[in-house]
Write a new protein. Sequence first.
Length: 176
Amino acid sequence: MMQISDNADGASGETESLLGERSDETGSLLSDGCGEIESLLDDGSAETDFELSKGSDLFLLDGQCGLCNRLAQFMISRLREPTSLMFLPIEGNRGQRIFSGLTLKQQSIDSVYLFRKGRVYIRSAAVLRGLYHLSWWWAMWAPIIWLIPLPLRDLGYRIVAKYRRRLFKKEPICTF
């Protein structure tokens, strides 16, 4: 059972599982590894263009958003290990299957989603955790940015999310 968390370390405070169950900071509902993600992705279809391994994290992004497409392309070109982080558009078949596994409350959040070790991170926590997959120059900024309190980071994230469609041209096709 995966949990959704918008805090930076994913361990403090309460989190909510995909089924809407609450958990304390011990993570008692946390699964081992990314088994749920693997089972959601493993439908046996021939269209599979990647395999999500136990060491991989998954970013679920808005495939029609110009900012999200640029973010994915930026990150893909700077990954330390190409298979450590996968990207899927929410609008795609696989993205929709994973997205539909979230509660309605979680689906209503205008955010990127990072699936990592059985947890789902949103907003600034997802972006910061994604930085650790990049080359050292970008990864070194994550702990520094984490010093900014979560409410302030998420406020900045929400402002950008609100105006992203106005500021960045809609992509005709998903580029990641």
